[in-house]
Design a protein around this ligand. Structure first.
Ligand code: PLP
Length: 818
């Protein structure tokens, strides 16, 4: 289709279209337009092409009664669309020429786009990669998310501390790729009560009478299939409150209602909660979740019924994938609609639900497992609570039949957690209500079975599965690393972006000296591109002969940026105190946002920034050590940093990182991983081989054992002089002149605080893995070989493969070619 679109592409017509948008949409002439106006007009002109294909695709899929998946996610971290879409459309060159005819440089125009930061991190980015892979392979799909007015906050540093600013990603002019679909708008209720009534047949029925109603506005973003004509919608719901929106709420003054009086319905999709792997139980968050699910479930049913299908056949044509527990409330919502609006019996409704929903678990961290207080759900969604009780009641009978009299098992599996405040466990509801549950990497899925849900695995054999995550090779290699892509094209042809396993053919050139040199020349140019960016934006000069050592991901204790920091402190200590110590020059690059309420994570950012300030300007180090914390981590930054990385830091405490996808992007671009046996690192090692990765640290079971024995961080501190020296550097005022205690909190957390993520236990092995890296890098040909083999051997981690796993094992879809 690339050829087709290219062939159909009429340059003169596109040129006219850009000029028209400039004038009619943005009120500019070529003489008055800024680069920003040109970017907007160009993108609008392109969006016109893709919207046509979106509508055509929708109509074809409806007419042919195609089975599709509905991917429900509270987050889609899509990144900038214009550049990527130009590649999918095969129009990069042609549009570049058209814009040049206006005197505009395409690369510069693409920099005008603000990232739509509608997600926190890995989970949201996964949803975006999955939509890309669904469209690339033409597996019918709709993505359903929320149209937040403010995306993830923008981060800056003041005196080394994180500052947060609102991210109005759409700007005044609106986002050029989105189209409103007013005919798809939905109404959503909240609060109120359940009424019992008798229908015409004399049957007793229940119905929910909400006392607040809001409107869901449908916005579509196009998900453009690579080299085909399929365009799928990413449908994002925006909340608007028709006035007057409150009825009883302002008047009754009851204790819970008072909390909501401050919440205007218009606020429901105002802002994305900035938490990653952490649940806070805020009322507005539950309102967001229900709003998302109610709009999406209604839209799925609308499509199904409009295509002329009966409600009972829903499960034959639609699968609903729940990306984590955030959209769990879709399960009782679909039950409510089937029972109260379509009058299905409980058994008929439950049988539909149980064949429609599938759930992806993303974490074992207890603080990330969602629970909602029963009283909150009772107030906000009274009918849903009744349905949850009924689901649970019937489920516990099954448990009782399996394990008679075992109240302990019943208590553990129940959707309701007993206690002073009864809580609803969303993960349990998901497992009970779904026909398939998957973890996101082999190790993680094993731990889901072994540690999180062992009884569910006995009760529902085969329900708990694995689908290892992946990343889209279009954005994460072809688009972000054009020089390497061209080199690969030359060696193995141009099909690899849709058949990533073909990269294995590159392994034949791993020992070819000329290829090694060309591969490393590309790496060097990418390092220069990043160094230029850092110099321009941060005023720090980097030496591209140094090893670029990269840790980019959300700031979290379990990801252990502080372990990386301690290693940097150990190098600093050795460079200054050990005359025998030598190292190849190293640049440590960080990028990470911390949740605004996560104090220790913010302390770690502050510490890294302060250490950077000192180290980067200490003449005694001879330029061997540089530390750069790049502010405002986001997709477009990842696209510059990843191609420039030599080393990829994937150093989470074993058992804590479910999969990781940053690890995949970096390995694909030829960075060597230093990592623990955690998440997908385990499978990356399997693919690239032990010689081409630097593994260190405790294994999952060793972590559990050490904790059981009673972990004593002080022991490591006392017995390892390098660790002691590194930790003690945090005490004085070496890095914070005049402020001696400013960095002490991190040290305190690791020593007196019990070091919950075993940083000290893994320190020595981590340091020695870094020494192996230093050795390996001195052999440039050997390093080139390892880097080439990383690129060659990680084809498994294409999200195309992940999607095929879902399609074969969970969704049972057929590709529909256009
Ligand atoms: C890939 C990606 C992530 C996930 O990184 P992990 O290392 O897997 O945690 C987070 N944020 C952005 C912007 C990404 O591109």
């Amino acid at each position: 289709m690339q050829k087709q679109t290219q062939a159909l592409f009429d340059k003169a017509a596109f040129q006219t279209s850009v000029e028209q948008h400039l004038l009619t949409t943005y009120a500019q002439t070529p003489a008055t337009a800024t680069p920003r106006h040109w970017y907007l007009a160009m993108s609008r002109a392109l969006a016109e092409i893709s919207t046509g294909n979106l509508i055509d695709t929708e109509q074809q899929l409806a007419a042919e009664s195609c089975r599709s998946v509905n991917y429900l996610s509270m987050e889609f971290l899509i990144g900038r669309l214009t550049g990527n879409n130009l590649i999918s459309l095969g129009l990069y060159e042609s549009v570049s020429e058209v814009m040049a005819s206006f005197g505009q440089n395409l690369t510069d125009l693409l920099e005008e786009e603000r990232d739509p930061a509608l997600g926190n991190g890995g989970l949201g980015r996964l949803a975006a990669c999955f939509m890309d892979s669904l469209a690339a392979q033409e597996f019918p799909a709709v993505g359903y998310g929320l149209h937040y007015e403010y995306g993830l906050f923008r981060q800056s540093f003041e005196g080394g501390r994180q500052m947060e600013a609102p991210d109005a990603w759409r700007s005044q002019e609106g986002y050029p790729w989105e189209v409103q679909r007013p005919e798809l708008n939905q109404k959503v209720g909240f609060f109120g009560q359940v009424e019992v009534y008798t229908d015409e047949t004399g049957a007793e029925r229940r119905r929910w009478v909400p006392d607040m109603q809001v409107e869901g506005i449908a916005w579509d973003l196009p998900v453009i299939g690579y080299q085909n004509h399929s365009v799928y919608p990413l449908r994002l719901w925006e909340c608007r409150a028709p006035a007057p929106f409150h009825l009883a709420m302002f008047n009754d003054g009851d204790y819970v209602g008072a909390q909501y009086s401050a919440i205007e319905a218009g606020n429901i999709t105002k802002v994305l909660y900035p938490n990653d792997n952490h649940e806070q139980g805020k009322t507005l968050r539950l309102m967001q979740q229900y709003f998302h699910c109610a709009c999406s479930v209604a839209d799925i049913l609308r499509r199904h019924l409009a295509a002329g299908h009966g409600i009972e056949s829903l499960a034959e044509l639609e699968a609903i994938q729940l990306n984590d527990t955030h959209p769990t409330i879709a399960i009782p919502e679909l039950m409510r609609v089937l029972l109260d609006e379509h009058y299905l019996s409980w058994d008929a409704a439950w049988s539909v639900c149980n064949k429609v929903f599938a759930y992806t678990n993303h974490t074992l961290l207890p603080e990330a497992l969602e629970t909602w207080s029963e009283s909150l759900i009772a107030h906000l969604l009274p009918r849903h609570l009744e349905i949850i009780f009924e689901i649970n009641h019937r489920f516990l009978e099954v448990v009782n039949a399996k394990w008679p009299g075992r109240d302990d098992i019943k208590q553990k599996l129940s959707v309701i957690e007993e206690g002073e405040q009864r809580m609803v466990r969303m993960a349990n509801l998901c497992v009970i209500g779904s026909y398939a549950v998957n973890g996101v990497a082999a190790l993680h899925s094993e731990l889901v079975k072994r540690d999180l849900f062992p009884e569910f695995d006995v009760l529902f054999p085969g329900k708990l599965q694995n689908v290892t995550n992946g990343v889209t090779p279009r954005r994460w290699l072809k688009f972000c690393n054009p020089a390497l892509s061209t080199l690969i094209d030359e060696k193995i042809g141009t099909e690899w972006p849709v058949h990533l396993a073909q990269l294995s053919a590159l392994a034949d050139f791993a020992d070819d000296a000329t290829f090694q040199q060309r591969y490393m020349a590309v790496k060097k140019a990418n390092k220069q591109r990043l160094a230029d960016w850092v110099s321009e934006n941060m005023g720090i000069v980097l030496d591209t002969d140094a090893i670029f050592d990269v840790q980019i991901k959300r700031l979290h204790e379990y990801k252990r940026q502080h372990l990386n920091l301690l290693h940097i402190l150990s190098l600093y200590h050795r460079l200054l105190n050990d005359p025998d110590f030598d190292m190849h020059p190293r640049v440590f690059i960080f990028a990470a946002k911390a949740a605004p309420g996560y104090a220790l994570a913010k302390d770690i950012i502050f510490a890294i920034n302060k250490v950077a300030e000192k180290v980067n300007n200490d003449p005694r180090l001879g330029g061997k050590l540089k530390v750069v914390f790049i502010p405002d981590y986001r997709v477009s930054l990842a696209e510059i940093i990843i191609p420039a990385a030599d080393v990829s830091e994937q150093i989470s405490t074993a058992g804590k990182e479910a999969s990781g996808t940053g690890n995949m992007k970096l390995a694909l671009n030829g960075a060597l991983t230093i990592g623990t046996m955690d998440g997908a690192n385990v499978e990356i090692r399997e693919e690239v081989g032990d010689e081409n990765i630097f593994i260190f640290g405790l294994l999952v079971d060793e972590v559990l054992e050490l904790k059981q024995q009673g972990y004593q961080p002080y022991r490591y501190y006392e017995s390892d002089s390098l660790l002691k020296a590194s930790l003690d550097l945090l005490l004085g005022e070496t890095f914070t002149p005049g402020e001696p205690e400013a960095l002490a909190e991190i040290r305190h957390n690791l020593l007196e605080g019990g070091d919950p993520y075993l940083v000290l236990a893994d320190f020595a092995d981590y340091v020695s893995a870094h020494e192996r890296i230093d050795d390996a890098y001195r052999d440039q040909a050997g390093w080139a070989r390892k880097a080439i083999l990383n690129t060659s051997l990680v084809g498994k981690f294409s999200s195309d493969r992940s999607i095929r796993d879902y399609v074969d094992n969970i969704w049972q879809l057929k590709a529909v070619k256009r």
